[in-house]
Each structure stands twice: as C-alpha cells, then as structure tokens.
Design a protein around this ligand. Structure first.
Ligand SMILES: *[C@@H]1O[C@H](CO)[C@@H](O)[C@H](O)[C@H]1NC(C)=O
Ligand SMILES: *[C@@H]1O[C@H](CO)[C@@H](O)[C@H](O)[C@H]1NC(C)=O
Ligand SMILES: *[C@@H]1O[C@H](CO)[C@@H](O)[C@H](O)[C@H]1NC(C)=O
Ligand SMILES: *[C@@H]1O[C@H](CO)[C@@H](O)[C@H](O)[C@H]1NC(C)=O
Ligand SMILES: *[C@@H]1O[C@H](CO)[C@@H](O)[C@H](O)[C@H]1NC(C)=O
Ligand SMILES: *[C@@H]1O[C@H](CO)[C@@H](O)[C@H](O)[C@H]1NC(C)=O
Length: 367
C-alpha cells in the first residue's frame, strides 16, 4: 500500500461515479464534493495565529501546559488539546485546518483559520495586540485571490460557495459587568448594535467574496466562567447572572440580524449556534456529559482557579494544575478543555434545533 490516500480517494471515486474526484493539486487528492472550512474568531477558535504576531502572553498559549493532552506540545491553542474547529474539520472529513499565519502555508483548498485570541468585532478591541475581525476578512480576501490564481475562477467560485464559514467573535468587545441592569442603558444597547453591526458587515464581506454558508456562534454564559466566579464571593457553583446580561442582549440582536441577512443576501444559508445555552448546561450539569468539574478550572490560581495565570507567563507567576483535565469543563480560567470542545462539537455537528437553528453544522456542510 504505497498510498492509503489514493485508495481512499478511489473509493470516493467509485461512490460518486461520473464525477472525477482526484484533482491532483500537489500530491493531494481532493474529492469534488468536499466543503472547505474557513474559521474566523477569537481564542475559542485560534489554532496558533497569535504565535506569529507581536503580542503579550495574555493573548498567547504557546507555552506549557497548553497542548499537553493531545499534541504533547503547546500549539497556540487555548486548551489542553484540540479545539472546536479541529473536531469540525474531522467530522467534515478534512485535515486539521492550519492557522493562516503559519509560515510557508500556501494550501487553502481545505480552508484556513484566521482566528486570533483576544480579538473582537471592533477594531479598537485590544488594538495592536490581536488580529481584529476586519483584518481577518482582509486575509480571507487575499486567500480568495490566491485560490483564483491556483484553481481558476470557476472552480474557486464553486469552492467558496460550498465552503463553511465558522465564526465566533464578540465576547472581547464587552467589559465584564458585575452590576445589575448593565444591559438596560441606552449606551449598552448602542454598543451591542455597534458590535453586531461590525460582525454582520464582515459576514456581508465574506458573502461578497463568494461565501454562502455561515455557522455563527453566539456568546457563552460569561457569568459562569471561573474567572468571573473568582471576581465575586458567590457560593460555590452559582453563576454570576449580572455578567451574562450583556451577552444575552448581544445574542438576541445577533439572532435577529442573521434572520435579516437571510432575506437580504442571495443564497445565504446559516446555522445560529446557541453556545450560551450549551455552555450554561455543560458548566452546570457536567455529569450529564461525562465530566466531573464545571466550577473550578484545571489550570490557574486562587478561587475557582479563576486567576488567568495558567503557564505562569502572565501577571501572576504561580499556578496550580490538575492531574486530569479530561474531567474538567475548563482548562484555564476562561477556556474549555479538549473534552468540552469535543462534547460541544458533537452537539453543534448533529444536535437539534435547541442547539443550532435553523440547521446544524452537518446539514450546513451537506447543503
Ligand atoms: C513588539 O512590541 C514591543 C512592545 O510593544 C515593541 O517594543 C517591539 O519593538 C515590537 N516588535 C516588533 C518586531 O514590532
Ligand atoms: C433592574 O431591573 C429590574 C427589572 O427591570 C428592576 O425591578 C430593578 O429595580 C432594577 N434595578 C436597578 C438597580 O435599577
Ligand atoms: C463598527 O465599529 C465602529 C467602531 O469601531 C463604528 O464606528 C461603526 O459604526 C461600526 N459599524 C457598524 C456597521 O455598526
Ligand atoms: C470577598 O471576601 C473577602 C474576604 O472574605 C473581602 O475582603 C472582599 O472584599 C470580598 N470581595 C467582594 C467582591 O465582595
Ligand atoms: C489575578 O491576580 C492579579 C494579582 O493579584 C490581579 O492583578 C488580577 O486582576 C487577577 N486577575 C483575575 C482575573 O482575577
Ligand atoms: C432536542 O434534544 C433534546 C435532547 O438532546 C431534547 O430534550 C429536546 O426536547 C429536543 N428539542 C427539540 C426542539 O427537538
């Protein structure tokens, strides 16, 4: 068996006779029906772009113990192992999708990942330290031009229309608020409109460049993460509801705007992923998902290990690390473990309408 790839491709060829499946691009076999994956967002989806920019340890995870479970070395992912785009790529029968800034990478036919830890939909968010969403869009435009040179116009247009655009952004555009009714003010509403407005204008930009299928995550239950629990003296386990008020407002505006885009944009398909409800449920009922600890992070210091000191490269140098992150919802004070990413990936891939509306990621890929 000189090439297992080739025989796999041959099977695909048999299964879809009449369609030539093996277009050779380099040494790689590419089925025509494959849908590429382009990823935009923040630390939840960053697979190492921030390793290649001038930033601080706050926005990087390229040191131990990040990566310890799966890769056995730090890759830049804010987790002990794989993150959601890695699992989605696997389910979609794609290889691992590399970070856009990975030196020397010129292969875009399976997609590429633009996400950057700390980034927001607003250019001002952590400006100068992250790759903001508008810049991520400009990188995507470069990629689409590069593809047109490599594959020609017709094939690129088909590839971009068939691809899925996975987006998670916005949590970094808000300050964590612990005060009651923080989402009721006029200023808060204007701010949310501005954040969602910038997100939808990037979606329109991707659509203009040829994208059609969008999977958009809403914001998580911010009041339930160890970092926020560590800021207050609440009883063990309870979420800080005030901190989730702005994310909830953001989510309701985002869902409405996606509905509008559906009417406005030609061929627009989407999946609105209710990451808020998923994260709330996994954190508060870990045993339902085969996990043990939803309240304390695997890695960090102080209460709930809520101080973001994992790895000892940020403000606080001392940190604790649990033995078995597989039992924890959170790896550091803000970011899920690989185990959680795996659970969430399965839910968003094939879950029902309580997880993703109007369709899940599997049907988006197959559409
Ligand atoms: C990176 O940022 C630091 C601090 O902001 C600055 O001193 C340094 O010159 C920058 N390096 C490059 C290569 O831009
Ligand atoms: C917050 O809003 C609730 C319901 O809208 C109201 O009952 C409560 O008095 C408000 N609290 C403050 C501090 O404004
Ligand atoms: C996007 O954000 C900028 C601030 O960075 C704001 O001035 C602009 O109005 C926003 N755009 C939309 C469409 O909301
Ligand atoms: C939490 O409790 C400690 C002592 O138990 C107190 O010093 C601190 O001010 C409290 N913090 C908040 C935010 O209530
Ligand atoms: C972590 O601890 C440092 C030092 O006490 C403090 O400055 C920082 O605000 C803390 N961060 C969090 C998220 O609690
Ligand atoms: C979705 O599935 C869950 C169980 O996974 C079930 O409790 C719920 O009723 C289902 N919701 C819908 C809208 O079908």
């Amino acid at each position: 068996m000189r090439s297992p790839k080739l025989s796999l491709c041959f099977l695909v060829f048999l299964a879809s006779y009449g369609i030539s499946c093996c277009l050779s691009l380099g040494d790689v076999c590419r089925p025509k029906e494959h849908a590429a994956l382009f990823v935009f967002g923040d630390s939840l989806f960053d697979v190492g772009n921030n390793n290649y920019i001038n930033t601080t340890a706050d926005y990087q995870a390229n040191y131990s113990p990040y990566g310890e479970t799966f890769f056995k070395y730090p890759t830049g992912r804010f987790s002990d192992g794989r993150v959601l785009p890695d699992f989605i790529a696997e389910y979609a029968k794609l290889p691992l999708i590399p970070p856009y800034l990975f030196p020397g990478n010129q292969r875009y036919v399976d997609g590429v990942n633009f996400a950057s830890a700390g980034a927001g939909a607003l250019v001002e968010t952590q400006q100068g330290l992250v790759i903001d969403l508008k810049t991520q869009l400009s990188y995507f435009r470069k990629v689409s031009k590069e593809l047109r040179q490599q594959l020609g116009n017709a094939e690129t247009t088909a590839l971009l229309a068939k691809a899925v655009y996975l987006i998670n952004i916005g949590v970094n555009d808000y300050e964590i608020s612990l005060s009651e009714n923080s989402s009721n003010s006029h200023t808060a509403k204007k701010h949310v409109e501005m954040v969602v407005g910038n997100l939808t204008s990037v979606i329109k930009g991707i659509h203009e460049a040829g994208g059609r299928k969008f999977a958009v995550f809403n914001l998580p239950a911010v009041g339930c993460v160890p970092l926020v629990k560590g800021l207050v003296n609440g009883s063990k386990g309870s979420c800080v509801e005030e901190a989730s008020a702005l994310p909830k407002l953001h989510n309701s505006v985002l869902e409405m705007e996606l509905g509008k885009l559906k009417k406005e944009l030609e061929g627009f398909k989407y999946s609105y992923v209710d990451y808020f409800s998923i994260s709330f449920d996994v954190i508060n009922n870990p045993s339902k998902y085969g996990l043990k600890e939803g309240d304390v992070a695997s890695c960090g210091s102080r209460k709930h290990r809520g101080n973001n000191s994992c790895g000892g490269r940020r403000a606080v140098k001392d940190y604790e690390l649990c033995e078995n992150p597989n039992q924890y919802v959170f790896f550091d004070s803000l970011h899920p473990t690989q185990a959680t990413h795996h659970i969430v990936s399965q839910l968003v891939w094939s879950g029902n309408q309580s997880i993703a509306t109007p369709c899940n990621l599997k049907s988006l890929f197959q559409s």
